[in-house]
Design a protein around this ligand. Structure first.
Ligand code: ATP
Ligand code: MG
Length: 393
């Protein structure tokens, strides 16, 4: 695996006049509340460590005041750490000179906030090109690049309009376009979609996911909405009182919430919707055979299994052979291989359910290259459905 894009190591931020004292108190076991009560200082972030992989959408979640904004501002040094390290592309951010910080933020780490503050007297195009303008890119070039990005977010036709002529959701897209136009290697988005109504918010999430398909960027995204986090996050970090309480893929967090604080986010959310075939599959439920000759099939079906999947040398699925087919076979005539449709690893639970209920046998789950990964059957689906329902009662 590549080196992580961002590494955070034992990061602390204390807001107050004697941060050293607060750190000592934390080390001695005092809580954030005790420190506030005794010294008036606020522990914004405490002892947080994690890595963000190149190309992933990393979502920070947590209740109001849990330290999400502070944490991402520590990454581009809008907030100075009290102690600990932030490393971006192998470079220690603390060592970057103040004079170089502005350009770093402008070009390498674009930040998108909840309110985009578009310039009302400028056209959509000019707003989208603003980052490049500040960076000194010539007009023709920057407008060309901004227009390409407006195209990606579906606003090319509105390039010459003023922001006031656009709906709120469209304005939000202009803000996103402005951040994208500088082609940052790291996008930092703090509650970027939170001010939007649910429909527009979903639309923006789709725009972001589509962009992410075309050109993988590293995105750190703050949200207090679990459904948003589950939809767009490759991994989710959950914060409480300045600490990182859990970090994992949506599926890991759904299947194994660290504590009641994490579980409380799931109230009223149908988490099973976010599971995929890969989460449901078993890897050793169905025997596999390479050569579908009578001897090999006999050997693979010598247990309780009634059928085996037949794979080729590249682990692509060729079909399945049943016990009946084996009975009809002879040492000279190989058992008949029947066709089977496979399910993609990324298939949604809904899709898996519709396919599995229509099939008497388990179905193979394959990766993007069509290689066999495992199998899903009715029992696996039922188990997940009852478990995730159980979690809500
Ligand atoms: N500049 C500041 N000065 C003093 N305290 C601060 C400052 N910024 C943040 N804090 C405190 O640090 C803690 C974390 O705040 P932060 O803004 O990071 O939370 P958040 O998770 O982003 O919350 P929200 O969801 O409301 O945006 C809070 O207790 C807050 O009061
Ligand atoms: Mg915040």
């Amino acid at each position: 695996m590549n080196a992580p894009k961002v590494v955070v190591e034992s990061l602390y931020k204390v807001f107050g006049n004697n941060p050293k004292q607060a750190l000592d108190m934390l080390a001695a076991g005092a809580t954030k509340d005790e420190i506030f009560a005794r010294t008036g200082q606020v522990v914004g972030v405490q002892n947080v460590s994690f890595g963000v992989q190149e190309g992933e959408i990393f979502v920070l979640m947590g209740l109001s005041g849990s330290g999400k904004s502070t944490l991402i501002r520590l990454i581009n040094r809008l907030v100075e750490p009290t102690s600990g390290k932030v490393i971006v592309d192998g470079r220690d951010i603390a060592a970057v000179k103040r004079s170089a910080l502005t350009s770093l933020r402008r070009t390498d780490m674009s930040m998108v906030f909840q309110s985009f503050a578009l310039m009302p007297q400028r056209t959509v195009l000019s707003n989208a090109a603003f980052g490049l303008e500040v960076a000194g890119v010539a007009k023709k070039e920057r407008e060309k690049r901004a227009l390409a990005v407006l195209e990606q977010v579906g606003l090319a036709a509105f390039a010459q309009k003023l922001p006031s002529e656009l709906s709120g959701g469209m304005q939000q897209r202009v803000g996103l376009a402005r951040a994208l136009t500088v082609n940052p290697s790291l996008m930092i988005m703090d509650e970027a979609f939170s001010a939007l109504d649910p429909l527009k918010r979903k639309e923006m999430q789709n725009v972001l996911l589509q962009l992410q398909k075309d050109q993988r960027r590293t995105i750190m995204f703050v949200s207090h909405d679990l459904e948003e986090a589950l939809r767009i996050g490759n991994r989710i970090a959950i914060m409480e009182g300045g600490r990182l309480v859990q970090l994992g893929t949506p599926q890991e967090i759904i299947s194994n919430p660290a504590d009641d604080y994490v579980r409380a986010f799931f109230e009223g959310v149908d988490t099973s919707r976010y599971l995929t075939a890969a989460d449901l599959m078993q890897t050793d439920a169905v025997p596999l055979v390479r050569h579908a000759d009578t001897a090999a099939v006999t050997a693979s079906l010598n247990g309780s299994a009634d059928y085996a999947f037949v794979l080729d040398a590249e682990r692509k699925i060729r079909g399945f052979v049943t016990r009946e087919a084996l009975h009809a076979a002879t040492p000279a005539v190989a058992p008949r291989i029947a066709q089977v449709e496979s399910i993609s690893r990324a298939a949604s639970l809904e899709h898996v359910v519709s396919r599995v209920v229509a099939s008497a046998r388990a179905l193979p789950v394959v990766d993007d290259d069509g290689c066999y990964c495992g199998s899903v059957d009715r029992a696996a689906v039922l188990k997940v459905l009852t478990r995730s329902r159980g979690a809500h009662v």
